[in-house]
Design a protein around this ligand. Sequence first.
Ligand code: HEC
Ligand code: HEC
Length: 431
Amino acid sequence: MRITRAFILLFLLISLMSLVIPVLPPIPYDYETLNLPAHFTADGWPIPSVTYWENTPANNAITNDGATLGRVLFYDKSLSANGTTSCASCHKQTYAFADSVAHSTGFNGGLTRRNSMTLVNTRWYFGGRMFWDTRASSLENQVLMPFTDTVEMGNTLPAILQTIRQQPYYAQLFQNAFGDTSVTTSRISLALAQFIRSIVSDSSKYDIGRASVTSIFDPFPNFSTSENIGKNIFFNTFQNGGGDCFMCHKTEAFVNDASGPSCNGLDAVSTTDKGMFESTGNNGDIGKFKVTSLRNIALTAPYMHDGRFADLNQVVAFYNSGIQLHMNLSPGLIDTTGGVSSPRVMNLAQQQIYGLIDFLKTLTDSSLINEVKWSDPFSISTSTSNNIDLNQAISLFPNPASDHFSIAGTKELDNRIADLTLFDSWKNRLK
Ligand code: HEC
Ligand code: HEC
């Protein structure tokens, strides 16, 4: 292919090419159907049904076309101020939609104040408030905030509306999702929230074991001795030799307790980050943080709101003997033996420490991180299920160029693209 039209800064085109062509299936993927294993909705002690926790609002049930639009928005870097950052830059599918660093890098190189949160099982946060300090009242309100956050994406909502209206592929996606092509911030919010709520994790080693027993306290036949030891600690009360973990990490979705954020005693005094207090102003909320789902926890290191713990060994060491007597420490973590309040110390044997870590690792769901319907539509999926980056698959030469260039598919591309639309770095379609 030979193109003769003068334009400069062609080298930018290479990165834009991977932005401008989302590859979507002719019939949308199924986001609506929720085939939960029976244990998710079974109701009993110590695990209540997840259905009580559901936060989908009446006006935003998931549709396949709505979540498809949400998927494209989620991965679209052109929605940040300088075209470098998408939601997925900090919520990566490989890390269960969290990030692998304590503080993520935003559009302009700045670092986020807190640790990125996994987006898995978000639909089951009781009440639906979002962020570590729960300052967003719902997922629908939260999803617009990163666009204008001065560290994260640095954009303005009017600029985003304009960018979306200019991208040729969005009109059809809005039409499919909402019945006409009109682009509004409210529709962007609804679609993004639908996509995020569709991200559910329910197929781990834990689920296989859980489905094959009647009581959570039965040994799971597919678990090692160590994993079963850890499971018992997780689901037993402190009085029964357990860790009370299930009291705050609730339901089969392993989400925040319905009563909201709590203080698990990371610090004796909250200094720079006062948590929920920052959004409510109540002294009783100092040091309280929401916690995301523990599902896939082995993939979401580092841990806690500030990413202070590098691995699960450090987390378990903390719960074993590092809890601090914070003014708002959760009563469940206070030992009042002898009438004196002190932070609970578990005194776990080494074998139990390993067991708890091994148990947490059984919550990893490899189908989640490979699921195509939640993956980046701006990269092409091949039969070998490796994603091809368009930058690798297409070669442009000369590059940079000023008045003409040639484009060739590499062997990797394998004649997969029949239609190619080119844009210059100002998003004008090239003839
Ligand atoms: C530069 C990194 C970055 C980008 C880009 C980013 N996020 Fe986040 N996200 C974070 C961090 C950090 C937090 C936690 C912030 C806090 O609690 O103060 C977070 C929290 C969230 C939460 C709250 C989850 C919960 O359980 O409370 C949601 C939902 C979310 N982000 C969705 C998005 C969406 C949608 C986009 C794109 C429009 C996006 N994020 C872009 C870093 C990022
Ligand atoms: C009193 C409630 C409570 C109990 C009991 C509790 N946790 Fe937590 N957990 C929290 C809170 C709150 C956070 C988030 C704290 C923060 O980041 O400031 C958290 C965070 C975590 C994290 C890190 C999550 C992430 O995404 O970074 C892990 C792992 C964890 N807890 C495991 C456990 C285990 C294992 C037990 C039992 C030994 C346990 N928890 C007991 C409240 C609790």
